[in-house]
Design a binder for this molecule. Structure first.
Ligand SMILES: Cc1ncc(COP(=O)(O)O)c(C=O)c1O
Length: 444
């Protein structure tokens, strides 16, 4: 018997009832992908309020690398909760915050001495990284990328690329933000092909200094080592090294937004490690604390110390329960060899998805780094017209068959896989069988 077990129509009656209440009580803005309401979850399995068991290939959008309700995570939360749930690090600091900072300083691929501080969300970490980069360099501008996603706060949104539904109607945006093409080889902005292009998009950053902004005004370049919301786009291996050379030449800091690509997802603690990228600041969140609201800004010590005392912080940042949860996540990643497992999962998913590329014309591209694999759907392989509707259909069909998936991409036409890394081979096969059958139905 498989892990998936469906007992009612999807959505079942309890979910339908909750949805009616949701529509009355909650605005439509906060979207949700599935019409089912969760009751409990464990590992890679989500059980809804009607008793249906789904396999989870979304992980709450990349937050559950160690799986739902991991024993170690739950135990450390339970250990901390009765001691104190909040003190505010700015009032009476506590050890678990420091322990986690020390651990992340050890792990981050940043040169020299490092320091870390904590906030509540990915977007907040982006905001703070830019503040710190500005304080250190005394420069105002930030360069970001097409198809990037950096959150929904004003500066995060200004750095985010996708217009609808993220930015439309929410302007004016923050100033001194300049956007250049990313290394999206499948849809190269310069119509070139790798490797004969010699990674033109990286060295062409110099062109921005003629067209958009003088380099002496640029505090930082902010980049995702693998685009998350932008469609799981993996740059060529030498891209970031070339980009880094340009940045170093002009004294521009590199902020690696590893909110989605970090915490073991790609087979390394940080995806930057795959490219030999040595960022000045790294952002971590999502899977860092397995769902408890926590984000880390990790950076070179001299850069992190640029803002004055009191210049950084927030009431909840580095909540003790969230920090305990993060320490449990780091221990689980190490003790259960989940980084190696991420590589295995990535290999298995890619191998299977590559056969889909041979069988289904809908599948235009399969790409990924470790267990961060994206399947880009197109209406026509020659024109590469994005197949957004088909992607939604695949996701909806998969749900009807017991698999939770989410889409990504500026055109919404990429199926992304963010399954917990604790998934067994049998579970993975079962989930991929469902995805395959959904692709087959959608493409025929
Ligand atoms: C790369 C990246 N940066 C920032 C964010 C924003 O994180 P949050 O939703 O926690 O604010 C996200 C969220 O998806 C992300 O993927």
């Amino acid at each position: 018997m498989g892990a998936i077990a469906l007992r009612t129509e999807i959505p079942g009656p309890r979910s339908v009832e909750l949805h009616a209440r949701r529509e009355q009580a909650v605005p439509r803005g906060p979207f949700h992908v599935t019409p089912v309401y969760i009751e409990r979850a464990s590992g890679v399995i989500v059980e809804d309020v009607d008793g249906n068991r789904f396999m989870d290939f979304a992980g709450g959008i990349g937050v559950l690398n160690v799986g739902h309700t991991h024993q170690r995570v739950v135990a450390q939360i339970e250990e901390q909760a009765p001691l104190f749930t909040h003190a505010c690090f700015h009032v009476t600091p506590y050890e678990v915050y420091i322990r986690l900072a020390e651990k992340l300083n050890e792990l981050a691929p940043i040169d020299g001495k490092k320091k870390t501080f904590f906030v509540n969300s990915g977007a907040e970490s982006v905001e703070n990284a830019v503040k710190i980069a500005r304080a250190f360099t005394g420069r105002p501008a930030v360069i970001c990328f097409e198809d990037a996603f950096h959150g929904r706060t004003l500066l995060g949104l200004s750095l985010t690329s996708k217009i609808a539904p993220y930015k439309a109607g929410f302007g004016p945006f923050a100033p001194e933000v300049y956007r250049v093409p990313y290394a999206y080889c499948y849809r190269c902005a310069y119509n070139l092909t790798h490797p004969s292009c010699e990674t033109f998009c990286a060295t062409h950053l110099e062109d921005a200094f003629s067209r958009y902004v003088e380099p002496a005004a640029v505090a930082a370049v902010i980049a995702e080592p693998v685009l998350g919301e932008g469609g799981f786009v993996v740059p060529p291996e030498n891209y970031f090294r070339e980009l880094q050379k340009v940045c170093r030449r002009h004294g521009i800091l590199i902020i690696a937004d590893e909110v989605q690509s970090g915490m073991g997802r790609t087979g390394r603690f940080f995806a930057s490690e795959h490219y030999g990228l040595r960022p000045d600041i790294i952002l971590s969140s999502k899977s860092l604390a397995s769902g408890l609201p926590l984000a880390a800004v990790i950076g070179r010590a001299d850069i992190m110390d640029a803002p004055d005392v009191g210049g950084l912080g927030g009431t909840f940042g580095g909540n003790p329960i969230a920090c305990q949860s993060a320490l449990a996540v780091l221990e689980a990643l190490e003790s259960e060899n989940l980084l190696e497992r991420a590589e295995d999962i990535g290999r298995l998913v890619k191998a299977r998805a590559t056969t889909w590329k041979d069988r289904f014309p809908l599948v235009g591209d399969v790409r990924g780094l470790g267990a961060m694999v994206g399947i880009e759907l197109v209406e026509d392989r020659n024109t590469k017209k994005p197949a957004k509707e088909a992607a939604n259909t695949v996701s909806a069909l998969a749900l009807q068959r017991g698999l939770i998936t989410i889409t990504a991409g500026t055109y919404g036409n990429v199926i992304r896989t963010l399954m917990p890394l604790v998934i067994s081979d049998d579970e993975l096969e079962e989930g991929l069988d469902v995805l395959e059958s959904a692709l087959e139905s959608a493409g025929s």
